[in-house]
Design a protein around this ligand. Structure first.
Ligand SMILES: [Zn+2]
Length: 238
């Protein structure tokens, strides 16, 4: 095996094409857990919101029960006092009882107003809870679909990645040992792009202007020349 760049160019390009795809696939693969976590967080947020709405509905319903109980207690008291009215002996007692009844009735009328208001609150809270439940059901369904799709994507990418790595390794072992090692070192640092074509008088990867002497050596293609700026292996497109 010779280390001349010209004789190994096809293999190097093949390895680079695979490395570039590997890099892309790895990037996509790395994004998947965050995407899944984001979906899950969205669903958890809506779940939390529904939980809060249900709790506040329950609180309002408890408040309603308390007021209704209070109202019925006061109504009973009024009935009792009404019964006592016919049995009192003095005008003074009678007036006092009547005053008490009037005050209870006034209380009850306020209580009834409050209850009507709370009933409206219950309706509104029920409505909001129902809407949130529907929203959560939709989100849960779409979460499941999206999450399944992401899990499928993950699996496909992993299989594809393993296949491409195998092909890349098969290409790299065809290179002379030193060149293969150099290629891998640069590819690792340069996100899978270890090669750079010469474009006019420049490195096509970093646009660095190349010295005439260097251009000559690259054109000869007998030894490995790396860009002095970006460290990539330089070659002339045949
Ligand atoms: Zn360069």
């Amino acid at each position: 095996m010779t280390s001349s760049i010209i004789q190994n160019l096809d293999t190097l390009k093949k390895a680079q094409r695979l490395d570039s795809e590997i890099h892309q696939a790895q990037g996509l693969l790395e994004e998947i857990p965050a995407k899944r976590a984001k979906l899950k967080a969205e669903m958890e947020f809506e779940k939390g919101r529904l939980h809060e709405l249900e709790k506040s509905l329950k609180d309002i319903q408890v408040k309603l029960k308390d007021r209704e109980l209070e109202l019925s207690q006061k109504e009973n008291q009024i009935k009792k006092l009404d019964g006592q009215l016919s049995q009192v002996k003095t005008n003074k007692e009678y007036a006092a009882l009547q005053q008490e009844v009037a005050s209870l009735k006034a209380d009850n009328s306020l209580l009834e107003e409050g209850i009507i208001h709370i009933l409206d609150e219950v309706d509104a809270a029920k409505d909001e809870t129902r809407k949130e439940k529907e929203k959560l059901a939709l989100i849960t369904k779409s979460f499941q679909e999206k999450d399944d799709a992401l899990a499928g994507q993950e699996k496909t990418l992993q299989i594809r990645l393993a296949e491409m790595k195998k092909q890349r390794d098969e290409a790299v072992v065809q290179l002379p040992l030193e060149l293969g090692e150099l290629y891998q070192r640069i590819a690792f640092k340069k996100q899978g792009l270890a090669l750079a074509a010469v474009n006019g008088e420049n490195c096509a990867a970093c646009q660095m202007n190349l010295r005439p002497q260097l251009l000559n050596e690259i054109r000869l293609g007998e030894q490995i020349i790396v860009c002095e700026n970006c460290s990539r292996i330089l070659y002339y497109e045949a």
